[in-house]
Design a protein around this ligand. Sequence first.
Ligand SMILES: [Zn+2]
Length: 155
Amino acid sequence: MIQTTHHHYNKVYMGREMKKKNPRKLEDKNVSQLQKKLWPLFALYIKTTHSVDGEWCNCFTCDKPVKIGTAECQAGHFISRSYSPVKYDEDNVRPQCSTCNGYGNGKPIEFERRLKLQIGDDKVELLKATATNRWKWDKLILIDMIQNYKEQLSS
Ligand SMILES: [Zn+2]
């Protein structure tokens, strides 16, 4: 009897464990978990939209060709990702090689010069002004962005 009961509970426990490994609903995730889902989608979207063939990008700050999906091809911020209001702003992120994004600290002077040529001075100034706005992460907005970028990438 005791053994059967134990066996039964063990089965229930294992069922829970298996459930845990399955992706949980987005609604159940916290802001940090949602951002961990959003960032790779957003980064891939940026690389893909700034790629000519969907496979290769040119580094925004040095023009070096980098292949999407490799460690050398990164999504680099003009204004640091620590400024939450512009962390997922499409105007603020461009494909960069690992050298410019890492050792070059994003090459902010060259990034700004080229960004102004691409999107105009006004949008760059708006980015700077937005960066220091008061900010509170909103789960629903993050969920919406995750779903939006998933759709964009699959179409
Ligand atoms: Zn580069």
